[in-house]
Design a protein around this ligand. Sequence first.
Ligand code: ADP
Length: 540
Amino acid sequence: MLGRMMQFPLTLTHLLTRAASLFSDTEIVAVRPDKSLHRTTYGATVKRAARLANLLTRLGVKPGDRVATLCWNHEAHLEAYLGVPAMGAVIHTLNLRLHPSEIAYIARHAEDTVIIVDRSLLGLFEKFRAEVPSIRHVLVVPDAGPAPEGTLDLEVELAKERDDFDYPALDENQAAMICYTSGTTGNPKGVVYSHRSTVLHAMAACMADALGVSETDTILPVVPMFHAAAWGVPYAGFLCGAKLVMPGPHLDPASLVSLMASERVTLAAGVPTIWIGILALLDKDPKAHDLSAIRSMVIGGSAAPPALITGFAERHGLHVTHAWGMTETNPLGTLARLRRGMTSLSPAAQLEKRASQGYAVPFVETRHTDETGKVLPRDGATMGELEVRGPWVAASYFGGEGLDRFTADGWFKTGDVVTLDADGYVKITDRSKDVIKSGGEWISSVALENALMSHPSVLEAAVFAGRHEKWDERPIAAIVLREGKTATDDELTAHLATQVAKYWLPDAYVTVAQIPRTSTGKFLKSKLREQYGELLLSKK
Ligand code: ADP
């Protein structure tokens, strides 16, 4: 017997109609390159999304066509997030931190037809424009002055259009957005989110045990909209009618803290680097900013060091929510909340759970396997590759690449090396390409980094494999010291010795001014291996 309920498609169009009918006065604030604030509303955004849909139609964009964005987080980007998928086209968010030749590769691969680009990023676009012949029109967001001749000024063009659009009835499985992985191994791969996956993901993100987004929130997505749909945070906010605060290009700690204070932000999301900088700033002058409105800061993208979580809580009364995800998972997969009864655990045991990557959100399933594909026990100790499945997990890549990441029985291989415990908590010990194999034993670089970052003199630490004559590989730690602080190798080793097994202790330390990073703010360990990987061979 079949159910007798309506087939109502899960499309992003509903976010527009809902916002227009319920939240038209809700505020959206965006920071301009000159640091001035632009204030608008959901109502105006819905109308401008319709103007954009009319404009793109005028420019010949057809259902399924890719419309690229090369933009910071601001209201015009949000209009594209909504208007492009709702008209049946596919928004393709280009990562402006990549090398121009990589952006060109990605834009060519996706066959982008129109690009929406910030005036302030036009110089970057010009560097690769000639390499992407599929781009027929360039729409310039006049964030830093009017569009130059030969391009179309988005404001001028939108003003010519009607502020309503006859949105087509879409199949919920139609593509809404395409995001590329950073391609640290091999070429970047395209992940194609559907309307359905994006809507379900947004609803899951709003759940109280996930990000708990509600209409009363004021959300600051620090995570760029060109990185995995800004973790779905803008869609979750729009779905609930939360106020949105878009930081534009100003992602330095001082600008962010002042924005959080002045706009009374309740929920902010970003990678650990951002929060490490913010914590250092707050530590310097704890009373300078009133962050009392904050209810949680979501940290993900790479491991949140436990010292960061406790530093915010103990010194500033601020709560961190640690989450894990990937471009391939739309991106939220797991989230580290304490489960029922866990608040009676010792503070150290609670921190252990909260600093792990957490347990899967509803409809995401997790398991870990060995090299032969055998599913491993959930004992909190056995390391294996994390695999996930669910309605917002990629089933394949655009163009059919990377088939080896999908198992025959329907799981996606994440490339993350993890343990899983009996409570379902995932703990990442490494990405498989960064694993350190010493005499056949695996050493967790993440555990070493977390332990090092709990030393009072260490601001950041990245641990990577150095080649070794006897053991093949041994850990080397790259350290960034806090301003005015020092630490000798022996002091660091003594600090680590209380927390990790003896054979895990690094064979060498290198002090660096900055740890090299990927375009999405993760430690670029391949660069460290290139620079210092031979260090132990010469040392002997
Ligand atoms: P990229 O391949 O560009 O880094 P993603 O942003 O999709 O692309 O990165 C996903 C990866 O980021 C995960 O596979 C994992 O290694 C890492 N990651 C994400 N969140 C966390 C976290 N909370 N802790 C540790 N690693 C994380």
